[in-house]
Write a protein that binds this ligand. Structure first.
Ligand SMILES: NC(=O)c1ccc[n+]([C@@H]2O[C@H](COP(=O)([O-])OP(=O)(O)OC[C@H]3O[C@@H](n4cnc5c(N)ncnc54)[C@H](O)[C@@H]3O)[C@@H](O)[C@H]2O)c1
Ligand SMILES: [Zn+2]
Length: 443
């Protein structure tokens, strides 16, 4: 017998009793970029043309040279797109799609952070299948048309210890006309393979390590504290489980290990670019947390981040960390997520106190003698102290917001139902208002 939940409108809602694990094939280790050519060639037995996606900064690195040499060794024709925008917009995605439609590649390789990998995913989608970007974008901003079938092979090579995009079916961008971040999500967007070479972290600017490391922390803590998969109404057909299926024994494994690694290594990885051990361990944490949230889903801090990043231009803030090239104001994704995380965890902890307490302990927080009622405060304190030590902005106030901006931020976050429904307890406009107000400062 499956458990049943009584609802006001439906008589009985059948609840889930199983979970599904999905992941790309992952190759992890120093030097693995040199395998990229062979790996792509296995998907193209008759040879062919490969589109290599990267950004202008990465094109000047040895990681790019290694990747290009590996592809050329297999006699693959390579066409390069290096105009990926850091934190992509609909316009930058369109430019990439235009390139791919013209070049007609047989396979894609992405070398870069989440910005590059997400751009390659959508270029692959829209040069393989008909339709326009907005058709596939998540509702309510887009039509949420299902991806019709498999894409061309895509080997994703992350160079930030962050998003986990190399193992997820998500691609995110800023829909400028709507002042909101949104995206496309489908298991079919998941790259065919991920090649994770932690050497690439050697050239990362410190604030990119900090921001992307806090993104990893939120992927892990949100996966661990998401609504349990058995609390979600069963999908129809049953095999159509969403990627945001809730916390499950598999995602818990990766989430726990990632939180522990972040507690041990993130400060060191930010402070010293030569600390190879710390930087490589952060790359492993990013991979683990990516697999975890790709199978559990994130929730409130990520939903709120869409608003934190999207509303920034409307308030005339000039916030932009030094390591992010460009001139326009920008809250990078990791910082956008982290600024509300302590307040969100404090608000949500009463529903799942032991999981919040466990996250605090794994992160290195002082949990000796702490009871479940203080779980939220202890986790908020551990996250806030880490943010402080790695140079993150101090809450939403730290990027320029005041209490007057809270209604606009709530309006930006409230439509993210897919994420908010994955929270451990219901979150609607009132709760969002309270969390944003509490998030003015993080420590
Ligand atoms: N698809 C997903 O599952 C997912 C999950 C979380 C976030 N995201 C998205 O990913 C994007 C953020 O990606 P990110 O945090 O990985 O950063 P990023 O790709 O935006 O890169 C940040 C900066 O670091 C530079 N850089 C990257 N790797 C480098 C290296 N090894 N050496 C030197 N410089 C390097 C880039 O050139 C850029 O200036 C956002 O758009 C976010 O919304 C996607
Ligand atoms: Zn994220």
């Amino acid at each position: 017998m499956r458990p049943h939940l009584h609802h006001a409108h439906a008589e009985h809602v059948e609840l889930e009793s199983a979970f599904t694990v999905d992941a790309s094939r992952v190759t992890f280790g120093p030097g693995s970029l040199r395998e990229v050519g062979l790996r792509v060639a296995r998907h193209l037995p008759d040879g062919g043309r490969v589109a290599l996606f990267t950004d202008a900064r990465l094109r000047r690195t040895e990681w790019y040279d290694d990747t290009m040499a590996a592809l050329r060794e297999q006699n693959l024709e390579v066409v390069v797109f290096d105009e990926v925008l850091v934190e992509p917009t609909d316009a930058s995605m369109q430019a990439a799609v235009g390139f791919a439609r013209e070049a007609k590649p047989d396979a894609f390789v992405s070398l870069g952070g989440g910005s590059v990998i997400d751009t390659a995913k959508l270029a692959d989608l829209l040069s393989t299948h008909p339709g326009e970007l907005i058709d596939y974008v998540n509702a309510p901003l887009g039509a949420a048309t299902p991806v019709p079938g498999p894409l061309k092979p895509h080997v994703a090579c992350p160079t930030t210890s962050g998003t986990g995009s190399e193992v997820t079916g998500i691609a995110i961008f800023d829909l400028v006309s709507a002042h909101a971040k949104t995206g496309v999500s489908s298991p079919l967007l998941r790259p065919t393979e991920a090649v994770v070479d932690p050497r690439t972290t050697a050239s990362l600017p410190a604030d990119v390590v900090a921001s992307s490391g806090l993104d990893v922390l939120c992927h892990a803590v949100e996966s661990l504290t998401a609504r349990a998969y058995v609390g979600r109404p069963v999908a129809s057909p049953v095999t159509a489980r969403p990627a945001s299926q809730g916390a499950n024994p598999w995602s818990d494994l990766g989430a726990r290990q990632a939180i522990e690694l972040i507690g041990r290594y993130l400060r060191r990885a930010v402070a010293d670019e030569h600390d190879e051990e710390a930087r490589h361990q952060m790359m492993w944490a990013a991979t683990l947390a990516g697999i975890a949230f790709g199978n559990a889903g994130v929730h409130v801090p990520h939903a709120m981040a869409y608003a934190v990043a999207g509303v920034l231009h409307d308030i005339g803030s000039d916030y932009r960390p030094a390591g992010y090239v460009g001139t326009e104001s920008l809250v990078p994704h990791g910082f956008a997520v982290a600024v509300t995380a302590p307040a969100a965890f404090r608000a949500l902890a009463p529903t799942t106190p032991f999981r919040h307490l466990e996250a605090a302990r794994l992160l290195g927080g002082d949990t000796a003698g702490v009871g479940p009622r203080e779980a939220g405060d202890v986790l908020a304190e551990a996250v806030g102290s880490l943010m402080h030590d790695v140079g993150a902005p101090n809450g939403i106030g730290g990027v320029g917001y005041t209490l007057d901006d809270v209604p606009a931020l709530v309006a930006g976050a409230a439509p993210q139902r897919r994420l908010l429904d994955n929270a451990p307890s219901p979150v609607h406009e009132d709760e969002l208002h309270a969390i944003f107000s509490d998030a003015l400062r993080a420590w």
